[in-house]
Design a protein around this ligand. Structure first.
Ligand SMILES: [Zn+2]
Ligand SMILES: [Zn+2]
Length: 254
């Protein structure tokens, strides 16, 4: 009896939660709409699945804020987060930080490069396929533009490299000590590129997965100082080279 009673109460609670979620989903849909766009075919069936993602304890306004980039005033494309916890489109924040040194939202000084906001990316990955076709097309068009922007950046970068190679320029080598200026120059690329692009960039200096795996301890230390990573120590104060290799791996694969 007890179980049944509890079950009925649970059902009621579940139904009430469900209704709450449906309302939230509708509000979420309206948030995703351009002010000038009217949704013609509201289809509950296409939006219900995002309900568990929205959750009952998250205010819809907060979710809206999470998804909007305050620079372009649109839903984020490849969300990146600053250490003050504000997120923007990757392209928007990269361009912003080229001319500004503070967060566009809270004006805090930005001392660390932005990082991918994987949590918001996950929300977008689940949410975008659920929005109506017109909205989705607009979103995907913007996404393509952002991708082209970064591709053009990489092409320019590759051009500079190939011109420099042609004119006999030597690149920094990871096993040589770099000056402070050289470190700063290299860091610009570390902050700008990620994934395959970052790998290509690091390869220019010989800073590769294979190098990190096989480098001698003295070479690892030089690499760590060149790319300004922490040098971890064991409780005995000896350097933890095992962990240092992992830290350096993170640098080339972030
Ligand atoms: Zn943006
Ligand atoms: Zn901020």
């Amino acid at each position: 009896m007890q179980d049944e009673h509890t079950k009925t109460d649970d059902d009621k609670a579940e139904n009430s939660k469900k209704r709450g979620r449906e309302t939230e989903v509708e509000e979420l849909d309206s948030l995703l709409e351009e002010p000038s766009t009217k949704r013609q075919n509201h289809d509950n069936g296409t939006t219900t699945n995002i309900a568990p993602l929205v959750g009952n304890n998250i205010q819809i306004d907060e979710l809206g804020e999470l998804l909007e980039c305050c620079i372009c005033k649109d839903i984020m494309i490849y969300p990146y987060i600053l250490h003050c916890s504000h997120s923007f489109c990757k392209k928007c924040v990269v361009e912003w930080l080229r001319v500004n040194k503070s967060c566009p939202t809270c004006r805090k000084m930005i001392l660390k490069p932005p990082a991918q906001n994987k949590h918001v990316q996950l929300i977008l990955d689940l949410l975008v396929p659920k929005i109506d076709e017109e909205e989705r097309t607009l979103y995907n068009d913007r996404k393509k533009e952002h991708e082209e922007f970064f591709k053009a950046e990489l092409d320019r970068f590759k051009n500079v490299i190939s011109n420099a190679t042609d004119s006999g320029t030597k690149f920094l080598k990871i096993d040589k000590r770099w000056s402070e200026k050289e470190k700063r120059i290299f860091r610009i690329g570390l902050e700008r590129y990620e994934g395959e692009e970052l790998k290509t960039y690091c390869e220019l200096t010989g800073f590769t997965k294979e190098y990190i795996q096989t480098a001698r301890p003295s070479q690892l230390l030089i690499a760590a100082r060149n790319v300004d990573t922490q040098i971890p120590q064991l409780v005995t104060n000896a350097i933890d080279y095992e962990l240092l290799r992992k830290i350096l791996m993170d640098v080339i694969s972030s």
